[in-house]
Write a protein that binds this ligand. Structure first.
Ligand SMILES: NC(=O)c1ccc[n+]([C@@H]2O[C@H](COP(=O)([O-])OP(=O)(O)OC[C@H]3O[C@@H](n4cnc5c(N)ncnc54)[C@H](OP(=O)(O)O)[C@@H]3O)[C@@H](O)[C@H]2O)c1
Length: 282
């Protein structure tokens, strides 16, 4: 028998004294930290995770002070095979119930497939694919049982675009996440659990510093192509509350995602391939 979905919205539940807790991965920087601020503004308690404990603790302190919410910090390296299970165990040991899972942690390598360390390839797959799947499988059953849950998967516009060379695995990994999110979104309809893929375009975070492409992308792409992490986070939060399968922040990015679908595949691939060459990735 299907459980009855919760009749109240998150603000109504929080006002009624039913605290809600969101787990946010990759919360030490960028979009993850912005999502933590967005959830905190809405009154959610939080569990923040990433590898760097320092920035997580600093963010947790600010959010506790500014919003009077409970914030737990559990550092974890999601590239480690047992990380998801360890994280879920650590939360259970603290008596935490997770009502929203935000799979946000991620990074890319733009050095080209053959020049990238195989360990980095494995870490990309683990952090951006395996961990979201494992955390979903571990945490969604409880959400279904309680008739309330939210899963926000931070994918990318790259997952909706033709393939690019140079960061060869990144787009396909995000494409997988978008399609898996859509499947789960359908599977959980009517159970009170919303699943959404958030597909941002270029966003001002540490992402392009970490992959070493800051100078290239800053000179290649004009200011209008860049969005702030706070804007992306607000769009993602609204979309998962509205139970949308997928959201692309901004009309320009929505248009960019639509154009290749109107072109023959070979033409779209050539145009996007040229883009990777302009960035001197291949
Ligand atoms: N910025 C963009 O233009 C853009 C566009 C579309 C999609 N995205 C996606 O948005 C998400 C967030 O990226 P961002 O732009 O906010 O980048 P960011 O500022 O570099 O933040 C990435 C976050 O992921 C965490 N992370 C990386 N590797 C990890 C690991 N092995 N284990 C645990 N956490 C790890 C980092 O924390 P630690 O280093 O402390 O571990 C950090 O908190 C990613 O999934 C990215 O693919 C970004």
């Amino acid at each position: 028998m299907r459980p009855t979905p919760a009749a109240l919205s998150p603000p109504e539940m929080i006002d009624a004294g039913r605290g809600l807790t969101a787990l946010i991965t990759g919360a030490s920087a960028g979009i993850g930290a912005a999502l933590a601020r967005t959830y905190a503004e809405k009154g959610w308690d939080l569990v923040l995770t990433a590898r760097r404990a320092g920035p997580l603790e600093a963010l947790a302190q600010t959010l506790r002070r500014d919003h009077g919410i409970e914030v737990s910090v559990i550092p974890a390296d999601l590239a480690e095979p047992d990380a998801s299970a360890g994280l879920v165990e650590a939360m259970a040991a603290q008596g935490l119930t997770i009502d929203a899972l935000v799979n946000n942690a991620g990074f890319s390598r733009t050095t080209g497939f053959l020049a990238t360390d195989p360990a980095d390839h494995a870490a990309m797959v683990r952090v951006m694919l395996s961990a979201p799947i494992e955390l979903s499988r571990l945490l969604i059953p409880g959400m279904v049982e309680r008739g309330f849950g939210r899963v926000l998967n931070v994918a990318s516009l790259a997952g909706l675009m033709p393939a690019t060379g140079g960061d060869t695995l990144y787009g396909p990994i995000k494409g997988f996440l978008i399609k898996a999110s859509a499947g789960l979104h359908l599977e959980l309809q009517g159970m009170g659990v919303h699943v959404t893929a958030l597909c941002p375009g270029y966003t001002l975070t540490e992402f392009h510093d970490v992959n070493g492409s800051r100078d290239q992308v800053s000179s290649a792409y004009p200011a209008w192509m860049w969005q702030t992490a706070d804007h992306v986070a607000r769009v993602g939060y609204a979309a998962v509350e509205a139970n949308r399968a997928r959201v692309v922040p901004g009309w320009r990015n929505t248009l960019l995602a639509a154009i290749p679908k109107l072109l023959p595949d070979a033409v779209a691939l050539k145009i996007i391939g040229g883009h990777a060459r302009r960035l001197k990735r291949i």
